[in-house]
Write a protein that binds this ligand. Structure first.
Ligand code: FAD
Ligand code: SF4
Length: 483
């Protein structure tokens, strides 16, 4: 095992993200050593550390003189190439094994995709449900429906969320404390924070399998019942809500997707959680998670270069500070930099939506998401960012751009109540930047979007704007996006 600086600097990884990964590695290394299993471990602060995976692997090959290399399929295309090239340069056979933490293999997804004009989550999800028998009875979906989306879109309303159970967070032990010191010393300029109280910062995250199982247990017991109903809702200064906070543990392979899904299904079968919530949760893991992984490996490396909407603007500085008058962005970004976490709708319909509407270059958006979230690994982050949230793949991942005005944010949160802007206005002193940019986005891409059957309503509304209204919106939008 090697801690190499390259993995934290190829994008400027946040302090939390670096520390979570390093701490989990060191805890795992300790488990192996305690079991007296052979392990060659290169620490980041080792003075001879060469700083890259290829260089450390080359040194290890010289030390151990292996007959062949055996590896589990990695999560990054870049890492796979580095290891393949190093193995080849030493004339060593490389045996790549399946990663058993997933339900499906990359090859199975490729077979599913072959010959299809369009890829859609729904078909892949149904195929996996049928294959695994999860939430199935006599070959049919339990509840006679594949999804319960209509029941899973509630906002909190005026009164706000019901009591939110405290998140399961952990005090840093000696290993984590040493990592925190190392990160604070070595990556001073990187975004995010790595010290502070446990409820708020990195080291509340699970870094051992035991801790990960605890997070899973508490989610199933305390939050799962509300998960579905409120999975799209947002609320100021409430980062955790009814989400599972399991992505970190899943992506670090402290938990397998199968055991998480089984725990949710068992809760339904024991009458402890409603079907709509359980299906909504299982769809995220058995559906989306497996789907984005398939897309990533099917499309890389060309996928990184996609920019179907020709978005060219730079990422605004406030993405790195949270300093903006827009209450929704301020809350989502500040929380992200403090905790390394934001839930899906904050990522998709606040930060992602702003970047889409403002026409920010997808590579800059990608680098930001990969840097700041503790669960960020390229196989899952890239399709979500470039495909789902920025529509930069032209519709491979999602059937239409997730474009919306400030009114969507107003409906799903209380952000607008504390904001100086008005989500209903597209021009004027109090115009909501999301609403201005939404109409401008539709105008900029009118010809392309008019060909998309799922955009009919939005384009029809656009055609109702006369040329004067269009010109005013254009002017207001260019003020927002000019440097
Ligand atoms: C722009 C953007 C970037 C994202 N980057 C990442 C990333 O780097 N790493 C990451 O794990 N997820 C990413 N996601 C997906 C999703 O937002 C996170 O998995 C989720 O917010 C993690 O919080 P949670 O564990 O509380 O999830 P929950 O809401 O509790 O969902 C349960 C689990 O389902 C899985 N899941 C949910 N949605 C998705 C999805 N769209 N794709 C894949 N898995 C999903 C996750 O493993 C998650 O832990 C991204 C989404 C967007 C829109
Ligand atoms: S008014 Fe606009 S900028 Fe302000 S919180 Fe609402 S959506 Fe965000």
């Amino acid at each position: 095992m090697a801690e190499v600086a390259e993995e934290s600097t190829h994008v400027p990884s946040s302090k939390q993200r670096i520390a979570v990964f390093l701490s989990a590695m060191r805890h795992f290394a300790k488990e192996l050593k305690d079991k007296k299993l052979p392990l060659d471990y290169i620490a980041l602060d080792d003075p001879d550390n060469a700083g890259t995976l290829s260089a450390e692997l080359s040194k290890a090959i010289k030390r151990h003189q292996p007959q062949a290399l055996i590896m589990t399929a990695p999560g990054d295309w870049r890492v796979l190439q580095a290891i393949k090239t190093t193995a080849a340069s030493h004339n060593l056979a490389l045996d790549i094994r399946e990663d058993r933490h997933f339900f499906s293999t990359v090859r199975e997804f490729a077979a599913h995709a072959k010959g299809r004009k369009q890829l859609r989550l729904e078909y892949w999800y149904r195929e996996l449900r049928t294959k695994t028998g999860i939430l199935m009875k006599d070959g049919k979906p339990i509840g006679d429906a594949w999804n319960f989306d209509q029941e899973n879109r509630d906002a909190f309303g005026k009164e706000g969320p019901p009591p939110i159970p405290a998140p399961t967070r952990f005090q840093p032990d000696a290993i984590s404390k040493a990592v925190i010191d190392l990160v604070n010393h070595r990556f001073t300029d990187h975004p995010g924070e790595v010290s502070g109280t446990v409820s708020d910062t990195l080291m509340g995250w699970p870094v051992t399998r035991k801790e990960a199982l605890e997070v899973l247990h508490h989610f199933i017991k305390d939050r799962l019942s509300f998960f579905g109903r409120y999975q799209d809702a947002m609320w100021t200064k409430e980062p955790w809500l009814f989400h599972s906070h399991l992505s970190v543990a899943l992506n670090l392979k402290l938990l397998s997707a199968r055991e998480v899904v089984e725990a949710a299904e068992n809760a339904y079968r024991a009458g402890k959680a409603p079907l709509a919530s359980v299906e909504g949760f299982i769809r995220q893991i058995l559906g989306w998670r497996e789907y984005v992984r398939g897309i990533y490996w099917l499309q890389m490396p060309e996928y990184l270069e996609r920019n179907a909407l020709n978005a060219q603007a730079p990422l605004p500085d406030f993405f790195w500070t949270g300093e903006t008058e827009m209450a929704c962005l301020r809350d989502a970004i500040t929380q992200t930099l403090r905790t390394g976490y934001a839930h899906h709708i904050q990522r998709l319909m606040v930060t992602g939506l702003y970047a889409l509407l403002a026409g920010i270059h997808p590579k800059e958006v990608h680098a930001w998401y990969l840097s700041v979230y503790v669960d960020a690994v390229e196989w899952v982050e890239l399709p979500n960012t470039l495909g789902m949230s920025q529509f930069a793949d032209g519709g491979l991942m999602a059937s239409k751009p997730y474009a919306a005005s400030g009114k969507y944010i107003d409906r799903m949160s209380n952000y607008c109540r504390q904001c100086r802007f008005n989500p209903s206005q597209s021009t004027g002193e109090h115009a909501c930047p999301f609403t201005t940019l939404y109409w401008d986005f539709l105008m900029r891409h009118e010809a392309q979007l008019a060909r998309n059957p799922r955009m009919v309503m939005q384009i029809r509304n656009l055609t109702r704007l006369d040329s004067k209204a269009r010109a005013e919106i254009r002017k207001a939008a260019s003020k927002l996006t000019s440097p």
